[in-house]
Design a protein around this ligand. Structure first.
Ligand code: ASP
Length: 310
């Protein structure tokens, strides 16, 4: 096995972390990447590695994915997730899925067990149950209290229109954030990406973000694997993850491509977003326009690096 070429990077959401929770976020990322690293160093696949990493983050209630996901306007969780592997452009996704513990694993089942790319809502839940995923309420007491507080002030937030909501989220990015994602390359040179989220707080019921959309919030091909975070509406409009891949197809390095894409997101949308990616050699890169984006990575035989911002 060529250990030099394996690599993995993961994020815990672009935004602003509440004072006091920084260390837990960075430590949570390190522990999750450790799981993916063990898979890769044992000769496992990039797909297994990103799923192991994202499952660990979904099970950690401080992140906005799986258990601990943020609540929608009506006060329940609708979960978005997707996985993609570069071999055969395999991809699977779930959107607005309720009451499962690990949406990323349901997304993987969509990829492996159906002819479809994405299942949404009730259909996604029905599929999950058939695949053996039991009923699980992802709402935590902390998220519920947060939702109650915000819901009481919803008039101030929404005001005359959603523009105020946009401004509010921009001024208080700690309000959302905490989405998780991972990108990796294995010893066979296969690249994979996985992304999972509860979306944005107080989102309208049925809102689907960028995380389950291939080419927007999650993407893998022969050049790179990437996961995006931040306000999904900007990531969907810009097809940010696919944009990185296209620039690399035209000869850019991963670092240059990510810099250009982030510049474009700033120029065109002033978007509060972040991106992580690896190239085919396992080289990891993280970039963000928000104050924070906890992330962790390793490359080859290197130890794991874990930090709150680039
Ligand atoms: N991108 C996610 C969404 O819009 C949210 C986030 O990354 O914070 O659903």
């Amino acid at each position: 096995m060529n250990e030099r070429n394996v690599g993995l990077i993961a994020h815990g959401g672009a935004g602003k972390w509440r004072p006091g929770s920084d260390d837990d976020a960075v430590e949570g990322l390190r522990a999750a990447v450790e799981k993916g690293r063990a898979v890769l160093l044992a000769g496992g696949s990039a797909l297994d590695a990103v799923c192991a990493t994202v499952v660990t983050l979904e099970d950690n209630p401080i992140f906005n994915a799986g258990t601990g996901a943020v609540l929608n306007f009506d006060g329940f969780c609708e979960l978005d997730a997707s996985v993609m592997a570069s071999d055969g452009a395999r991809v699977g996704a779930v959107a607005a899925l309720q009451r499962v513990k690990n949406p990323i694993l349901v997304a993987r089942k969509v990829m492996e067990e159906t002819d479809h790319v994405m299942l949404a809502g009730e259909g996604a839940q029905r599929f999950a149950r058939v695949m053996g995923f039991g009923d699980h309420d992802p709402v935590t007491p902390d998220r519920q209290a947060d939702w109650k507080d915000k819901r009481e002030h919803v008039g101030d937030i929404l005001g005359a229109g959603a523009l105020k909501m946009r401004k509010f989220l921009k001024d208080h990015p700690e309000y959302a954030g905490g989405t998780v994602g991972a990108a990796a390359v294995d010893a066979k040179g296969v690249l994979a990406a996985a992304t999972s989220t509860g979306g944005v707080t107080l989102k309208l019921v049925g809102r689907v973000g960028d995380s389950p959309i291939p080419g927007a919030g999650n993407y893998a091909n022969a050049h790179m694997a990437a996961s995006a975070t931040g306000t999904g509406e900007f990531v969907m409009r810009s097809l940010a993850a696919r944009d990185i891949a296209e620039r690399m197809e035209r000869g850019a390095t991963l670092e240059a491509a990510m810099g250009e894409v982030l510049d474009r997101l700033g120029r065109e949308y002033d978007a509060d977003v972040g991106l992580i990616a690896v190239d085919r050699n396992g080289h990891p890169v993280a970039r963000h326009r928000t104050r924070d984006m906890p992330h962790a990575y390793f490359h080859g035989t290197e130890a794991i690096t874990s930090k709150m911002r680039v």
